[in-house]
Design a protein around this ligand. Sequence first.
Ligand code: ADP
Length: 252
Amino acid sequence: MITFNNVTQVYDNGTVGLKNINLNIEQGELIAVIGSSGAGKSTFIRTINKMIDISEGDIQVDGISVSSLSGKKLRDFRFNIGMIFQSFNLITRDTAINNVLKAFVPKLNAWDTFFGKFSEEQKIKALEALDNVDILDKAFSRVDQLSGGQQQRVALARTNVLDPKIILADEPVASLDPVSSVDVMEYFRKINREKNMTFLINIHDVDMALQYCDRIIGIDAGQIVYDGPSSGVNDDVLRTIYGENYKSEIIG
Ligand code: ADP
């Protein structure tokens, strides 16, 4: 469902983000993208919903060439792709349920947006999405009263409520403590298994990548240097991805 054909991405200042990427991703895959800082993980993930434009080659999502999209077509396309960030991107002074409902705003007319008029169906869906990540009891709590892990679960519910086919997660556990990180990864996997959503997770923690994800894409200097099952990742593979000092790199 996602295909990269000879994709290269160069930033305006000449920095090469991605170099000649070729790969195929099927619906329902749970993928970790790993590599050193600056390797190109974030660039790779963000080209899929055209947050970053590519310079050469072609990315197809469900047969649609992503580069060709703009305006309303691009906005509609992005409804099928959820995005999760390290910083959660929630409105912290508002409640969890209101944050999840915000996902529907682009679908409302200007009048209903102004008055915050969501349909009963949307409200039920929002509560279900919170329930799905076991945080229904916090629906009416202000987000700034929740822990980091709970906030990321609200962000996951906000993404999930639109039933996207793909979720792109850019360092989703980087600012969480180990217990909350495990928690959030468990919910990624739960939703992946239950809804067959495709997940691409840019993650620094290799152990967690191997534990929770089925497929590992290893990037170094903008190129894919490993693409295979997590069970195939051994010391040699890690050395290829991170270089000779890989142990200090992935533990640090
Ligand atoms: P990672 O996510 O693996 O840390 P990135 O995808 O953020 O790596 O970055 C890949 C390369 O592109 C790095 O060399 C980085 O410095 C560079 N880069 C990232 N964003 C920009 C930008 N907006 N302008 C120029 N170079 C950038």
